[in-house]
Design a protein. Sequence first.
Length: 253
Amino acid sequence: MKDINATDLAGLDLDDLDIGDIGLDELDLDLKGFDLGMGDVFGEIETRYVKPPLYVGKRRAPVRYEYAEELAQEIGPAIMAGERVDAVVSGNFIFGDFIEALLVEENALCDDLTLSTLSINQENVDSLHNLIKGDYLGELNIVVSDYWYSHNRRALPYIYEKLDIDDKFQLAVAGIHTKITLLRIGERKIVMHGSANLRSSRSVENFVIETDPVAYDFHRDWHQTILDHYATIRKAPRAGALWDILTPDKETA
């Protein structure tokens, strides 16, 4: 092996460097003191590699649950307190039931519930109907996949009958595969996302629940774009908006 000293490094040709045959499985590396900032290596030299910022939000211990109501009872207060919750749930868990259970357990008015899901079933619709009739929802927006729509059009009359109440509901159909639930409860903006659809898939699922205004606004914005272009309920403009449409050239005071 060629001897190398500090003065040789500037003109070092990597082809001349022979490090031999090192078995990585034989290395005993102690990385406990490893510093992503690499301060000990580069000293005060500014580099392009920096430590990632630490997550400063409150985080609750991960949970595993089988039934929605029991999970809502356990983590509801933590969610309302702004904590992040990571959950793994069984195939018997119905995510749609969890939304109802959370709002009922916490006696919370959700001013805006907006969600996208690959699929939805009658039990989910009944659960959301309970929230509307119980005055737990101010507005409900659902985006379902066009795959679900193409196979379940017969379910639409039931959905409209149960959820199109007091002009609070909108349903859109688009080519989505997302499973995102957005809840605005007063000033609190909660995001739920993961693998779980509203209905049970008979498979183990995961999801994350966190208060995150930035993520909420981001997801709410693109959901609204879909709702604007692919809505299935033609709502009449409210009086003020209708007047603006009819008088587009009126002078403003």
